[in-house]
Design a protein around this ligand. Structure first.
Ligand code: FES
Ligand code: MG
Length: 592
C-alpha cells in the first residue's frame, strides 16, 4: 500500500494490534473479548467508539440517554464501528449538594482519563442537564480525538392550570406567590411538578437548553439536533445518525480542534444572544476554549454578543417553551435568520458534518413567527451580556435581555442619568445567610437597596452557588416590588429572569473587593460605561482590604469532601471558565 492510500492507524491499534508487544496485546484482548466481542471486531481496523454515558438513576434529566444509547450503538455498528459505553460521573443540576457546578470539573477529569487511557478512537458525548454538556466538551477539547455531541433533548411543554409552566422559571414565580401567602406548600409542589412532564432536560431556555444549543452552534452536534424534545421519534432517529457520523469522523480524523475554532466560539456567542441564553454560558464556553488553547474572555461576550437581537420567544426571556421552539424550526431557524442578516461572524466555520455553517443553515426560516421572531420584530434589540467592571471586581456578567419594565422604570429611567443609578449595599454572606435574614423587616431593605451576595464564588461556596437572583423581602413583594438590583460573586440559574450582575471575578473569597463591602455603602451602577463602583476613596478601600487580610480573609463554609478541598485549592475564577489550575496546559493528549 502506498503511503497516501494507507488508512490512518487508529489509536486502538496500539492496544489490540501491537505486534511488537504481543504480551500486552494479548492481555488487553482477552479481557475485551471476555464480554463477547470477537478478535475480528477489535483487530480489523474498525473504529472503537466510546459512548460517554451521562444518564443514570441519579441523573433524571439525562436518564433517557440509557435508551437512546441503544440507537447510537446501532448507528455505530451500521457504519462499521464498535461501541463501548463509558459511565460518566453523575451530574444532576437540582439534586447535587452543594452545587452540581462543583462536579463539572470532576466529570471532566474522569472522562479525560477514560478517553486517554483506554482504546477509544472517537466518542459520542451524551449531553443534556446543565453541566454535563460543558464537562464533556471540555474533556473532548483536552483529549482531542474525534467527538460528536448528542443531546437527550428537552422535556415536553409543562402546563399548570392552562398556562405554560416552564422548569425552573415556575419556581421563581411560585416562591414569590408563597412569600406573598397566595399559595400553600402543596400548591408550590404541584406547580413545580407540572413543569416537568416527561423525560428530558429543562424545557425553558435555562442553562441546559442554552448549552445544548451552543453545542450545535459550535458545530459539535448534527444540525437540527439540539432542540428535538426527548420523547419525540426524531430524537431516536437522530441518535442513529449521530452514531453513524462519528465513525466517519474517525476515518476523516476530524477532531474537536478542527471544529471548535475561535471563529466557532464567536458564532456561538452570537447565537446565545439570539436565543436569550444563560449567564452560565460564558463560564462554560470560556472553559472549553481554554482547554483548546483559545483565549476567550467576558469582553468577547460583550463584543460579539451584546448588539445581537433576541428572537427566541422562550422563557425566561420570553413566553414559550422548548417544544414550541422546536416546532417553530428550532435552532436552525434562528441561525438561518442570523446568517441572512450577516450577523454570523464566521459563516464558513466547519462543523462536525464536515460542511460549513452557511451550507447547513442558510435559508432556514421560522415556521412560527411568534415563537421564533423575525429580526425585524425581535423581542429585544440588544440581547447580549454586558461585561461589567469597576472597583469591586474585574469582570461580571449582566444579562440585559431580562431587564423587565419594573426594573427599567425604577432604576434606569432617571432623566438626569439614564441607564445609571445608585443604591445602598445590603450584604449577605452566602445563600444560607440570605434565606435566614431576607424576610426580617428590621433589616430595613427598601427599593433603594442593592442586594449583594458574596462568598458564593468557586472557592467561597465550592463550585459557586446559583443564588445571586435574590428575591426582595416578602413585605416588599406584598407592596408590589418584585425586583431589586443584585450583585454577587455567585451565579444564577439560567431559568431566572433576573437582571443580576453576577459571576463577579475575582470572588470575595479569593481577594476580590466584594469582601470589603459593608451594609450601607453606596454603590453606583452605570450600564452606559459598564461599571459598578462602590463610592469609597482608594485609601478607604485599601484600609478595608488590609483589615480583611488581617482577619484571615473572608470566612467561608467548611470544606466537606476531599474533592472540594482539591477544587478550592486549584480552581480559577469564573471569568477564566472555572477550570482547574494548569489543566489547560494538557492539550491534544489523545494524539500524542
Ligand atoms: Fe437538569 Fe434542568 S435540572 S436540565
Ligand atoms: Mg442551573
Amino acid at each position: 500500500m502506498s503511503e497516501d492510500t494507507r488508512r490512518k492507524t487508529l489509536r486502538s491499534e496500539a492496544w489490540f494490534n501491537d505486534l511488537k508487544n504481543m504480551e500486552m496485546t494479548a492481555l488487553y484482548l482477552e479481557r475485551y473479548l471476555n464480554f463477547g466481542l470477537t478478535p475480528e471486531e477489535l483487530r480489523s481496523g474498525r473504529p472503537l467508539i466510546g459512548i460517554a454515558q451521562t444518564g443514570s438513576d441519579l441523573s433524571p434529566c439525562n436518564r433517557h440517554h440509557i435508551e437512546l444509547a441503544k440507537r447510537v450503538r446501532d448507528g455505530i455498528t451500521d457504519a462499521g464501528g464498535v461501541a463501548f459505553e463509558i459511565p460518566v460521573h453523575p451530574i444532576q443540576e437540582t439534586g447535587k449538594r452543594p452545587t452540581a457546578m462543583l462536579d463539572r470539573n470532576l466529570a471532566y477529569l474522569g472522562l479525560v482519563e477514560a478517553l486517554f487511557g483506554y482504546p477509544i478512537d472517537g466518542v459520542i458525548l451524551t449531553i443534556g442537564c446543565d453541566k454535563t454538556t460543558p464537562a464533556l466538551l471540555m474533556a473532548a477539547a483536552t483529549v482531542n480525538i474525534p467527538a460528536l455531541a448528542f443531546s437527550v433533548g428537552p422535556m415536553l411543554n409543562g402546563w399548570y392550570k392552562g398556562k405554560r409552566a416552564g422548569s425552573g422559571s415556575v419556581i421563581w414565580e411560585a416562591r414569590q406567590l408563597l412569600a406573598a401567602g397566595e399559595i400553600d406548600d402543596e400548591q408550590f409542589l404541584q406547580m413545580a411538578a407540572s413543569s416537568a412532564p416527561s423525560v428530558g432536560y429543562c424545557n425553558t431556555m435555562g442553562t441546559a437548553s442554552t448549552m445544548n444549543s451552543l453545542a450545535e452552534a459550535l458545530g459539535m452536534q448534527l444540525p437540527g439536533s439540539a432542540s428535538i424534545p426527548a420523547p419525540y421519534r426524531e430524537r431516536a432517529q437522530m441518535a442513529f445518525h449521530t452514531g453513524k457520523r462519528i465513525v466517519e469522523m474517525v476515518h476523516e480524523d476530524l477532531k474537536p480542534s478542527d471544529v471548535m475554532t475561535r471563529g466557532a466560539f464567536e458564532n456561538a456567542i452570537v447565537v446565545n444572544s439570539a436565543i436569550g441564553g444563560s449567564t452560565n454560558a460564558p463560564i462554560h464556553l470560556n472553559a472549553i476554549a481554554r482547554h483548546l488553547g483559545i483565549e476567550l474572555s467576558n469582553a468577547d461576550w460583550e463584543r460579539f454578543g451584546y448588539e445581537v437581537p433576541l428572537v427566541a420567544n422562550v422563557q425566561p426571556a420570553g413566553a414559550y417553551l422548548s417544544e414550541d421552539f422546536h416546532l417553530a424550526g428550532g435552532l436552525p431557524a434562528v441561525i438561518g435568520q442570523l446568517l441572512g442578516a450577516d450577523l454570523i461572524p464566521n459563516p464558513d466555520a466547519v462543523t462536525a458534518t464536515g460542511q460549513t455553517f452557511v451550507t447547513l443553515y442558510e435559508g432556514r426560516e421560522s415556521e412560527n413567527t411568534d415563537v421564533i421572531r423575525p429580526l425585524s420584530d425581535a423581542l429585544a434589540a440588544r440581547a447580549g451580556f454586558l461585561n461589567m467592571t469597576g472597583n469591586l471586581f474585574d469582570s461580571a456578567i449582566m444579562k440585559t435581555s431580562v431587564i423587565n419594565a419594573e426594573f427599567r422604570d425604577r432604576y434606569l429611567s432617571n432623566p438626569e442619568t439614564p441607564g445609571a443609578f445608585e443604591g445602598q449595599a445590603f450584604v449577605f454572606e452566602g445563600p444560607e445567610d440570605f434565606h435566614r435574614r431576607i424576610d426580617n423587616p428590621e433589616l430595613g431593605i427598601t427599593p433603594e437597596s442593592i442586594l449583594v451576595m458574596r462568598g458564593a464564588g468557586p472557592k467561597g461556596y465550592p463550585g459557586g452557588a446559583e443564588v445571586v437572583n435574590m428575591r426582595p423581602p416578602s413585605y416588599l413583594i406584598k407592596q408590589g416590588v418584585h425586583t431589586l438590583p443584585c450583585i454577587g460573586d455567585g451565579r444564577q440559574s439560567g431559568t431566572s429572569g433576573s437582571a443580576s450582575i453576577l459571576n463577579a471575578s475575582p470572588e470575595a473569597a479569593d481577594g476580590g473587593n466584594l469582601a470589603i463591602l459593608q451594609d450601607g455603602d453606596r454603590i453606583r451602577i452605570d450600564l452606559n460605561s459598564r461599571t459598578v463602583n462602590v463610592l469609597l476613596s482608594e485609601a478607604e478601600i485599601e484600609t478595608r482590604r488590609e483589615a480583611v487580610r488581617a482577619g484571615g480573609g473572608l470566612p467561608v463554609p467548611e470544606t466537606q469532601t476531599p474533592w472540594q478541598e482539591i477544587f478550592r485549592d486549584r480552581v480559577r475564577p469564573f471569568s477564566e471558565g472555572m477550570i482547574l489550575e494548569n489543566a489547560d496546559s494538557y492539550r491534544d493528549i489523545g494524539n500524542s
